[in-house]
Write a protein that binds this ligand. Structure first.
Ligand code: MN
Length: 278
């Protein structure tokens, strides 16, 4: 990306190794990002430029091994959820307010789209909510990582939307319809972004501001989330972690337009399709 122009460096993908079945469970582009970036730098001077407005942005990670999500990770969201029975969480009938009691959950990989897609809402009788979240992409195999070392495992960052159907079913089930996991507008590499601990983030619906916060208010910050997740399972290159949503979660309807922005990453506008999915 250069302003509103994209340099077409598609040929950099030729450095990716070819595989035969069984294929690796990680994302090939992210696992080879250093080599791809070196080739991109060679191609850049002569790469054809195309207008950003002329392309449809897909997910910056095509094949993540898993999409890890942090629940109730901003205190103001926890406080808000105590006021809104649709948002209330409980374990064994008891309300709980601490991410460390809940652990992390997964969204289905088949839910993943880029911001050039439309969100296809399901279940017209249910509340369908927006959740804007800082998303990070793991760059190398991470197992039992200490928080001091955690940032060195990150390939980059994107804006995430954790779209959610409200209701009594398991969280992972309600957050996994097709198009309910959005990554966009692109990947900002970890070296470009620097410290993920002080990023403002916001989301509007039809130009009404709904969510506005800062990642310094995360209960489990980015290094702690990597430490926590990698103590339970191995994180692979391309695995995505959605770090949790701040207060202001609310419903979206067919035909709405979402606008999401995170400092140092960028912004995008995304349409909610005019009709519910069949
Ligand atoms: Mn969420």
């Amino acid at each position: 990306m250069e302003g509103d122009q994209i340099a077409d460096v598609t040929d950099a993908l030729s450095v990716l190794p070819s595989h035969r079945y069984p294929f690796p469970g990680h994302d090939l582009l992210i696992a080879n990002l250093t080599a791809v970036r070196a080739r991109i730098n060679q191609l850049l001077p002569t790469a054809q430029r195309v207008a950003l407005a002329s392309v449809r942005l897909e997910s910056p990670v095509a094949n993540p091994g898993k999409i890890v999500n942090a629940p109730i990770n901003y205190q103001a969201y926890v406080d808000e959820s105590h006021q809104d029975k649709d948002l209330q969480q409980g374990i064994g009938g008891r309300p709980t307010s601490f991410i460390g009691d809940w652990g992390l959950f997964l969204k289905a990989n088949s839910a993943l789209v880029g911001c050039g897609a439309e969100i296809q809402l399901r279940h017209p009788k249910r509340r369908n909510d927006h959740e804007v979240e800082l998303a990070l992409v793991i760059g190398r195999t991470a197992r039992s990582v200490k928080r001091e070392d955690a940032l060195s495992y990150i390939a980059g960052y994107a804006i995430g939307l954790d779209m959610t159907v409200r209701g009594p079913e398991d969280r992972s089930f309600r957050k996994s319809p097709d198009t309910y996991a959005v990554l966009g507008p692109w990947l900002v590499t970890a070296d470009e972004l620097g410290d993920p601990g002080h990023l403002s983030l916001e989301l509007s619906v039809n130009d009404d501001i709904r969510q506005r916060s800062n990642t310094r208010l995360l209960v489990y910050d980015v290094p702690k989330l990597i430490e926590y997740a990698s103590a339970w399972y191995t994180l692979h290159p391309g695995d995505v972690i959605l770090t949790g949503t701040p207060e202001g979660v609310g419903p979206v309807k067919p035909g709405d337009t979402l606008f999401a922005r995170i400092e140092k990453i960028g912004e995008f506008r995304m349409r909610v399709a005019d009709q519910y999915a069949a």
